[in-house]
Design a protein around this ligand. Structure first.
Ligand code: ADQ
Length: 463
């Protein structure tokens, strides 16, 4: 019997104390694996002096979690280097922050080879393979080199950049060509798919068919749009839990009647946090009557702290929040509460529910699950308002949000004022449109959409 094999940079265990803090992706992948049993393979997050390829196996029901340790140099070059200093900024249109180093690229290819040789013995003859994200683009090619003829799928969680930007990456062509070793390649939105097709057509001379078939030489792949969702049902339930109600009440009490505007983001320059703080300050200045009636809670746990640009954005936000608070605070009011820590899912759901407005204003984002979680956590009888960047992948689905250009402080400031004064009838109407989409196109819909396309791909090749 065949088993699904999921491969991603990191894996998350459903056991132990961290299990309840997991994001939607981990839950979805566990769900996908549990359906028919399978293997989830990735880096353990640990390092070892010399790479051995020894697999650590954890079995939970029919799901095997398999991890491997990497060398410190691997982590520097592959993870902190090529993945997070080259590909991440470039794919988020930040050439100014992108670093190109041969060592990074060498480490990236080496780790992809190491992943391939390590996971190879775990792959059975008919097993479909599902590879995730920008860390592992060339993994399909490495697996084919080892004789793997199975159905191979790849899903990109982040945006695909415009061709002119992608072409600033020194080895862009072999990187993109390696995607043609998969059978199905999935993107979050039509825009990212179109950008990929543009490159494939103009730069590689691939033939783009009507139904997502893209042919390059002897290989035809299927390129699809599969926007990731959340487990809406689980999140709606979490928002009604005791823990969520406690968090909501605690926040309400501390706000002493003020309307709460919430932002929840990994501390990352793509999330547009300095621009968001500046927009909020613009709101305070343009709407002085509303000053003192609101407070903004920005939750931003630090990430990728080994990367200098991440240390820089953290320092910038520390300075900006301090200056805005110093300038506008009163003896009983601080305009921004800026918190650098993570929260368990249920507590987070309660925080979302307490907030009258959510500011989700990334400058570029593959999807953005926070926008969907905020909507799912609302009280259906008295829902809050989602302000969403037009540059988040989620904007293609969540058209009932207040859509804004995050670069325009005036536009975002006006949207905040609009959201705060929005009548309940309009809030409810917009929320219904949003939640209907979030429930329909949830994380299980996403999984089935992708795996369905993979199952329909032409029969596996034989070596
Ligand atoms: P991220 O860039 O990490 O994901 P996002 O989609 O918003 O962005 O997901 C973040 C997750 O982390 C959410 O589930 C959120 O609840 C959680 N989180 C954030 N701050 C938290 C906190 N303080 N405490 C607890 N949980 C917190 C990447 C891409 C996105 C894409 C996803 C999934 O960049 O565009 O939507 O993958 O494909």
């Amino acid at each position: 019997m065949s088993r699904l094999v999921v491969i991603s940079n990191r894996v998350q265990s459903l056991r132990g104390p961290t299990a309840r803090n997991q994001g939607g992706l981990a839950v979805a992948l566990h769900g996908a694996l549990r359906k028919e049993g399978g293997v989830w393979f990735g880096w353990s997050g640990e390092t070892v002096e010399t790479f051995t390829g020894a697999i650590d196996l954890e079995q939970a029901d029919d799901v095997a979690i398999a991890t491997v340790d990497l060398e410190p140099q691997d982590v520097d070059e592959y993870y902190n280097g090529y993945a997070n200093r080259s590909l991440w900024p470039l794919f988020h249109d930040r050439i100014d922050l992108t670093r190109f180093e041969r060592d990074f690229e060498g480490g990236y290819l080496r780790v992809n080879q190491r992943f391939a040789t390590t996971v190879r013995p775990l792959i059975g003859a008919g097993d479909p393979l599902w590879v995730h994200d920008y860390h592992l683009i060339p993994l399909g090619r490495e697996l084919r080199r080892l004789g793997v003829t199975n159905r191979l799928g790849f899903f990109l969680h982040i945006p695909w950049p415009p061709s002119q930007i992608l072409m600033s990456l020194p080895s862009h062509e072999p990187l993109v060509r390696s995607l043609f070793e998969y059978d199905v390649v999935g993107f979050q939105t039509r825009d990212w798919l179109d950008a990929f097709l543009h490159y494939a057509d103009r730069h590689l001379g691939a033939a783009v068919g009507k139904d997502g078939a893209v042919t390059l030489g002897e290989r035809t792949i299927r390129a699809i749009v599969a926007p990731i969702g959340i487990d809406a049902n689980e999140f709606e339930t979490a928002a009604r839990s005791e823990c969520a109600c406690f968090a909501r009440d605690r926040l309400h009490m501390s706000a002493t009647g003020r309307s709460i505007i919430v932002g929840v983001d990994r501390l990352d320059y793509s999330k547009g946090l300095p621009e968001r703080f500046a927009s909020y300050e613009r709101f305070l200045l343009r709407y002085p009557d509303l000053q003192g009636l609101v407070l903004m809670l920005q939750i931003a746990p630090p990430s990728r702290e080994k990367v200098d640009t991440y240390r820089a954005i953290r320092a910038e936000l520390d300075g900006l929040s301090g200056r805005i608070n110093g300038e506008h605070a009163d003896i009983d009011w601080v305009p921004i509460r800026y918190v650098n820590k993570g929260y368990p899912r249920e507590e987070l759901a309660g925080i979302y529910r307490a907030a009258r407005v959510a500011l989700v204003t990334p400058l570029r984002d593959g999807m953005n699950l926070v926008a969907k979680e905020y909507v799912a956590a609302q009280d259906p009888d008295d829902p809050g308002v989602l302000i969403l960047s037009i540059f988040a992948g989620a904007a293609a689905q969540l058209t009932d949000a207040l859509l804004v250009n995050p670069y325009s402080a005036d536009e975002v400031a006006d949207a905040i004022a609009h959201a705060l004064s929005m009548p309940r009838e309009e809030r409810t109407r917009r929320w219904r449109g949003l939640i209907e989409n979030i429930r329909r196109e949830d994380v299980f819909w996403w999984r089935d959409r992708f795996l369905g396309a993979l199952a329909r791909a032409p029969a596996p090749r034989h070596a």
